[in-house]
Design a protein around this ligand. Structure first.
Ligand code: 5GP
Ligand code: ZN
Length: 119
C-alpha cells in the first residue's frame, strides 16, 4: 500500500466505493464520474504507479484476465466494451495507481483526442 494513494485507500476500504468484483489480486469498482453507462475500474491490489512502473508480466496477465470477468458481471461481455489504460501526462492519467477502465453499455465511436480532426 502506498500512503497517499487514493486507490490504495479504496482497496483498503478507507474510502467507500461501489465494489463490483474482488479476488486476492484485483479489486474492481464503479467509476465515481462515469463516462459511459458502464464505467468500471479494475485495479491490482498491489500498488504500481502505472503500466510501466513495476508490474511483472504475471501481474499484467492477471489484471487483464480479470477484465472480461468484470465485463461479464457488468453485462457488457457480449455487447462489447472498451478497456483503456491511461499512462502518463498526455493520456490525462489522474490517479497514479495502475487501473484498467472498462467502458461500455453504449455504441462508441473511434478514439478522439484534444484538437483531433477525427470525431
Ligand atoms: P485516470 O484518469 O487516472 O485514467 O482515471 C482515474 C479515474 O478514477 C477517473 O475516471 C475518475 O473519475 C476516477 N476516480 C477518481 N477519484 C475516484 C474516487 O474517489 N472513487 C471512484 N470510484 N473513482 C474515482
Ligand atoms: Zn495505490
Amino acid at each position: 500500500m502506498s500512503e497517499d494513494c487514493l486507490f490504495c485507500k479504496i482497496i483498503a476500504g478507507e474510502i467507500p466505493s461501489k465494489k463490483v468484483y474482488e479476488d486476492d489480486f484485483c479489486y474492481a469498482f464503479d467509476d465515481i464520474e462515469p463516462e459511459a453507462p458502464v464505467h468500471t475500474l479494475v485495479v491490482p491490489k498491489k500498488h504500481f504507479a502505472d503500466l510501466q512502473t513495476g508490474p511483472t508480466e504475471e501481474d499484467l496477465g492477471r489484471l487483464m484476465a480479470t477484465v472480461p470477468e468484470v465485463a461479464k458481471i457488468k453485462g457488457v461481455y457480449e455487447s462489447g466494451y472498451r478497456a483503456v489504460v491511461n499512462v502518463g501526462p498526455d493520456s490525462a492519467q489522474t490517479v497514479q495507481h495502475l487501473h484498467v477502465h472498462i467502458l461500455g453499455g453504449i455504441k462508441m465511436g473511434r478514439f478522439t483526442f484534444e484538437g483531433s480532426a477525427r470525431e
